[in-house]
Design a protein around this ligand. Structure first.
Ligand code: AMP
Length: 276
């Protein structure tokens, strides 16, 4: 089992004797699944010591979102990390946000639009907690999933702009057999909702085919939105084909592009994305 550490000072002490080899960090909110474990295994390939953080970060949830309901499964998570991670950093909320905490990091660039249009608080919360985790552990590498593609770009920009001495590595999305991206939030889905959720990835693939064939990216996005409503999703927040590096709006596929989508089924919000 990995050693569980709850405070920043203990984390720094534990890592101090390990700095002769590289240290890899994988920030998570727990409720670990195979997607998370592929990040951990990727960290192990690049580093001698691996720290997984498990912290359900309150500042990235709005009051109406699922902070209280978010699955917390620390014992099962530790078992999954046995033989994979050396340390689990699992701080309480007061360790990360001491009384009177008043600092927040605002990120522009890739943080603008898409998720920010629907979760305006989200990336400031993510950027602040990721910066705090990276400062606490001071890893050589930090591993994030392409599952949260906009977040990956935001973290890369944060690290570059603040000059944090860490290399950010992105790992491809792990999927269930029907294509549904693995997510801790999939646990919220009823059997019927789970069946509908499995359509999201196929519909994005169809939209990619349309975009490639016809070249009209707005028409391909609109077809994706329509197919999602028809498949039984309760709301479509967005389907967007954007520049894969900047997330800027594009009108043609001359440069690498990415399709990104967010939908709701019942109370559950799901996101997915793929290379176009
Ligand atoms: P979370 O616990 O949801 O905050 O996710 C922690 C990290 O795992 C983030 O970098 C996510 O992008 C990544 N992740 C989540 N789901 C997957 C997946 N299905 N495949 C690969 N990485 C994932």
């Amino acid at each position: 089992m990995p050693q569980v550490i709850a405070t920043v000072s203990e984390l720094r002490t534990a890592l101090a004797s390990r700095r002769s080899a590289r240290i890899g960090m994988v920030p998570t909110m727990g409720a670990l699944h195979a997607g998370h474990l592929s990040l951990v295994d990727s960290a192990k390939k690049h580093a001698g010591t691996v720290v997984v953080s498990i912290f359900v970060n309150p500042t990235q949830f709005a009051p109406h979102e699922d902070f209280d309901a978010y699955p917390r499964t620390l014992e099962a998570d530790l078992e999954k990390l046995a033989g994979r991670a050396d340390f689990v950093f699992a701080p309480g909320p007061r360790e990360m946000y001491p009384e009177g905490h008043a600092t927040s990091i605002a990120v522009g660039g890739p943080a603008q639009g898409l998720e920010s249009d629907f979760r305006p608080h989200f990336f400031a919360g993510v950027a602040t907690v990721v910066a705090k985790l990276l400062i606490a552990a001071s890893p050589d590498i930090a591993v994030f999933g392409e599952k949260d593609y906009q977040q990956l770009l935001v973290v890369k920009r944060l690290v570059r702009d603040l000059g944090l001495p860490v290399e950010v590595i992105g790992v491809p999305t792990l999927r269930e057999s029907d294509g549904l991206a693995m997510s801790s939030r999939n646990a919220y889905l009823s059997a019927e909702e789970r069946r509908v959720a499995g359509r999201l990835n196929a519909i994005l693939k169809d939209a990619i085919s349309l975009a490639r064939a016809g070249g009209d990216l707005r028409a391909a996005e609109a077809a994706g939105v329509e197919a999602l409503w028809a498949a039984g999703f309760d709301h479509v927040d967005y389907v967007a084909i954007r520049d894969a590096q900047s997330l800027d709006h594009i009108v043609s596929l001359e440069r690498p592009a990415r399709i990104l989508a967010a939908v709701k089924i019942g109370k559950t919000r799901l996101i997915d994305n793929m290379a176009v």
